[in-house]
Design a binder for this molecule. Structure first.
Ligand code: ATP
Ligand code: MG
Length: 352
């Protein structure tokens, strides 16, 4: 029987609640598909600060690097917001992504037929929408040097090297090959030099993928187009800050933030996590939606472990559960037949 080592980082707020439900579903599907998952838990974020004094203990980095994949909940909360920047949970997370070399952040935004009413957009605008946002995650303005703030003057630097653009671009084209064969590269090439290099490099990559149609869009227009007519997009590829903003925009096309998974992949261990944060406002109440995390676990099976059948089983179960009207509180207003708790939702999905 195949065995995989999975590192778990539950984190803060609702993190532990939602990761526990994903583990429940993973174990059920592993049993059905004849493989075993061995889990090891590691600390990060606020809980790591409380227990070890730092947001990202060395053991966490070392342990995750040794594992086949990492399932991550969420980190942070008000309690740690007043710490110096270096010691905050979010600093630990950025450092973690950098250490793991996860340059590609994949965020699928799929509209479920059962939840077309959950979006703020009209059903006819979003029905059937299926977008993959490929965001560069460890470069660009979030990491560029120089950066400083002396109280009178502050600056950050948006830097991309050609190899950095090439590796994220190739990822996007590879995805497009398995999808609708369309890549929209988003930049601000009318204003930024770094965007011109981005655009030129995407054009070069496109030559290796003649079956894929490449278009370019300025980020301001892309934000508008995403809410005007999201179905025009297949794969969107973009840099770190633009991707941050556009993937949150894409998430609102879908509806609840509690539905959206992500994968962060590179050359080492990949990290799978919901796109939402630790939601301290609802932690401990049993009302968090675990679906984003369970979807992330399915992505982990598909991309890191190659357990495609198990991944499909989970995705199908989620669709059927939604079809049958089970909803956590965040989606209670949308054609719910029964409103269930976080743990009940995990049980129902595991047993479908
Ligand atoms: P971060 O900075 O970590 O991204 P954030 O400030 O963007 O965090 P979130 O933690 O994502 O905020 O929460 C935003 C809102 O969405 C909150 O009201 C929260 O309760 C809600 N929310 C987030 N995740 C879920 C979930 N899984 N189920 C239900 N509601 C959620
Ligand atoms: Mg957020």
């Amino acid at each position: 029987m195949k065995r995989y080592n999975i590192s778990l980082i539950k984190g803060d707020g609702i993190g532990p609640e939602i990761v526990d439900e994903a583990v429940k579903v993973l174990d059920t599907v592993a049993g059905a598909c004849s493989f075993t998952l061995d889990y090891k838990e590691y600390l990060m974020g606020g809980i790591a600060i409380d227990e070890t004094g730092v947001p990202l203990p060395t053991e966490t980095v070392e342990g995750v690097l040794k594992s086949d994949a990492c399932l991550f909940g969420a980190i942070g909360g008000e309690k740690w917001d007043t710490l110096p920047r270096d010691l905050r949970p979010e600093t630990g997370l950025l450092k973690f992504r950098e250490e793991m070399g996860v340059y590609a952040n994949l965020r699928p935004a799929i509209v479920y037929d059962e939840l077309v009413n959950a979006s703020t957009l009209k059903p006819e605008v979003i029905e059937g929408c299926d977008i993959m946002v490929v965001r560069e995650l460890i470069g660009g303005i979030y990491f560029g040097q120089p950066r400083a703030n002396d109280g009178q003057k502050a600056y950050n630097t948006m830097v991309y090297t050609k190899p950095e653009i090439e590796r994220i671009g190739k990822q996007a084209f590879e995805f497009a090959m398995k999808r609708d064969k369309r890549v929209c590269s988003v930049d601000k090439a009318n204003v930024l030099e770094v965007s011109q290099l981005w655009r030129d490099t995407m054009e070069e990559i496109a030559k290796d993928y003649p079956a894929v149609e490449l278009t370019h869009m300025y980020v301001d227009n892309a934000a508008m187009q995403l809410v005007r007519n999201p179905k025009q997009f297949d794969v969107i590829v973009t840099g770190n800050i633009f991707g941050d903003i556009l993937s949150d925009t894409a998430s609102m096309v879908v509806g609840s933030i509690g539905l959206l998974p992500s994968a962060s992949t590179g050359d080492k261990t990949a990290i799978y996590e919901p796109i939402h944060g630790s939601a301290p406002d609802i932690a401990g109440q049993g009302i968090a939606n675990p679906i984003a995390t369970i979807e992330s676990a399915a992505m982990m099976l598909r991309y890191s472990l190659g357990e495609v059948e198990a991944a499909s089983k989970i995705e199908t179960a989620i669709r059927n559960v939604l079809k049958d009207g089970y909803r956590t509180k965040d989606l209670a207003a949308y054609d719910a037949k029964e409103v269930v708790t976080t743990a009940e939702m995990g049980d129902i999905i595991a047993n479908y």
